[in-house]
Design a protein around this ligand. Structure first.
Ligand SMILES: *[C@@H]1O[C@H](CO)[C@@H](O)[C@H](O)[C@H]1NC(C)=O
Ligand SMILES: *[C@@H]1O[C@H](CO)[C@@H](O)[C@H](O)[C@H]1NC(C)=O
Length: 208
């Protein structure tokens, strides 16, 4: 067999094995905003645990540092942070030994009295989006909701649902509770239908 043929075969094999090497990051509690002092568990979920996923983060103090390296306690493919403080706020993602990355999640930690509970993962077009404005003790107080700094409406029980979201609902949301305070802002993304990229057909298209 010619050397170049062997190289092409290796290249093809690596392309074919790519799509299985995917992880998704989930967070519990599932909220993009947390109160200072809350604990959180982040998990890299994958079919192929041998890929050796590690959790990394970017904050104002860390750039790509891994769980256990000055923050968090690794436990299997999860990472626990027992007591969140403001500088734990940032972007978290999973990375394999080979450098493949998962989706990323942005977490905001506040020392203030109000948080907006919004989805950590993008909302699919057509689904309902529910936002909750809460204090540490209560999640059903009257609250005002804002998008991109414009007032939307007041909800008497702290929950606002937007039915059948579309791309135009994507934006920066926050809320306030009268005589308590205002939450930080969080970005809510809306995505279209999931498109999976097929390496095999693209290979055939490119190389035939
Ligand atoms: C983390 O920070 C580095 C350096 O600024 C940047 O290149 C990288 O894209 C960031 N990662 C994420 C997931 O935001
Ligand atoms: C939210 O804040 C605005 C401006 O401070 C205030 O007028 C409004 O009453 C507040 N709304 C609620 C529900 O607390």
């Amino acid at each position: 067999m010619e050397d170049t043929t062997l190289l092409w075969l290796l290249f093809l094999t690596s392309l074919l094995s790519c799509p299985t090497n995917q992880a998704s990051l989930t967070v519990s509690p599932s909220s993009s905003q947390l109160f200072k002092g809350q604990s959180v568990s982040l998990s890299c979920e994958d079919d192929d645990s041998s890929a050796g996923w590690t959790l990394r983060r970017n904050t104002t103090r860390d750039t790509g540092t891994r769980c256990g390296d000055g923050w968090g306690s690794p436990s299997g493919s999860s990472c626990e942070i027992g007591y969140m403080v403001q500088w734990d706020g940032g972007v978290y993602w999973c990375e394999s030994r080979e450098g493949a990355t998962s989706n990323s999640i942005t977490i905001t930690v506040t020392g203030g009295p109000v948080i907006l509970q919004s989805p950590v993962l993008p909302v699919m077009e057509g689904e309902d989006l529910t936002l909750t404005c809460k204090t540490e003790r209560s999640s059903n107080l009257p609250a005002g909701f804002y998008k991109d700094d414009s007032f939307i409406r007041t909800e008497s029980a702290g929950h606002m649902t937007i039915h059948h979201v579309s791309r135009s609902d994507e934006g920066l949301y926050k809320c306030n509770i009268s005589s308590v305070g205002e939450s930080p802002s969080s970005w809510v993304s809306v995505t279209g239908e999931e498109v999976t990229f097929d390496f095999r057909s693209s290979f055939i298209q490119i190389f035939t």
